[in-house]
Design a protein around this ligand. Structure first.
Ligand SMILES: O=C(O)C(=O)CO
Length: 314
């Protein structure tokens, strides 16, 4: 990236020039300038209370080049990020480039989503098998042992039961390979409002699939946003599915912005999550409300502070 561009982006984020610059048009567009933002936790407090969360840099900081979003997340106080397709060359991504930037900034990568082919389709069996190798190699480069599976679009001519059967069969095939690599692939159920045309929505059938595969390497990515939109009843459902949960993500509903912007009582939920024994990161997979990243980070930190959320343990 050329220097002028870097300085422009960095200033937007308060990396260069920090909050001392006067508020300007870009701050209004992409509000991260602390001077413009009342009721914002200080950087030190944010950094402390954000330590449980992993910033989804696919949904945050969308106007800026991909790798620089890692700097942006750090500048807001995050110590971890999650990503989607690490091979998207057009976006300036490659597993090695992402890993290097994360290492340079001492940022951890907690999950990646390498764009699984639709493996409920028996015609995709070979593609899926080749893809699994690529996904595993990406994880090694990124230094992260869990990745997210989607690949559950409806297929014309197949019943839901048939699609689930094919999907489960491929996971049973993948499980021993993943176990030998000490990696975990997570099934992520979506919700029918934001993702039309899938066959895995909400708690069931994702939970049954994982129970049937019965492997420490095939677990759930439990995204409270999708769960709320599909099933509601968040605490009871979490308790029932918790034995299969590997990774957690959140967003408020229905807007998919930060907690506090919608209908979900996240204070209770995060408290129960830690009581149940979840010790990992929580993916902040949402769009900062009004594109105000600083406010979103501060709101998230306030939430953690309000319930004294203890940081992940490793
Ligand atoms: O694409 C989505 O909605 C996701 O939740 C991916 O993790």
């Amino acid at each position: 990236m050329d220097r002028r561009k870097f300085i422009r982006h960095s200033s937007l984020l308060g990396i260069v020039g920090t909050g001392l610059a006067a508020c300007n048009v870009t701050d209004e567009l992409f509000q991260t300038n602390e001077k413009c933002a009342p009721n914002i936790l200080s950087f030190a407090e944010r950094r402390h209370w954000l330590s449980s969360f992993s910033c989804n840099i696919e949904q945050w900081f969308r106007p800026i080049p991909f790798l620089d979003r890692i700097n942006a997340a750090k500048a807001l106080g995050f110590s971890a990020i999650e990503i989607w397709n690490p091979h998207q060359v057009k976006q300036g991504k490659s597993p090695n480039a992402i890993a290097q930037r994360a290492i340079d900034l001492n940022m951890r990568i907690t999950s990646y989503s390498p764009g699984a082919p639709n493996f409920a389709d028996p015609n995709n069996e070979k593609v899926f098998k080749r893809w699994l190798d690529v996904a595993i190699e990406a994880g090694k480069a990124l230094n992260v042992s869990n990745f997210n599976l989607t690949g559950h679009k409806k297929i014309d001519g197949l019943t839901t039961q048939e699609m689930i059967k094919n999907y489960t069969r491929m996971l049973k095939w993948a499980a021993p390979r993943l176990e030998s690599e000490n990696m975990v692939a997570t099934v992520e159920p979506y919700n029918p409002w934001n993702h039309k045309g899938h066959f895995i929505y909400g708690k069931e059938p994702a939970l049954s699939i994982c129970r049937e595969v019965n492997s420490k390497s095939i677990k759930l990515n439990w995204d409270f946003f999708h769960m709320q939109r599909t099933n509601g009843n968040l605490i009871t459902n979490l308790e029932e599915g918790f034995d299969q949960v590997e990774y957690i993500q959140l967003a408020d509903a229905p807007g998919r912005n930060q907690p506090g912007s919608g209908e979900v009582a996240y204070g209770h939920i995060l408290t129960r999550l830690r009581e149940l024994g979840y010790q990992g990161f929580i993916g902040a997979e949402f769009f900062p409300k009004d594109k105000n990243a600083l406010k979103a980070a501060s709101d998230l930190a306030y939430l953690a502070k309000s319930v004294s959320l203890h940081p992940p343990r490793f």
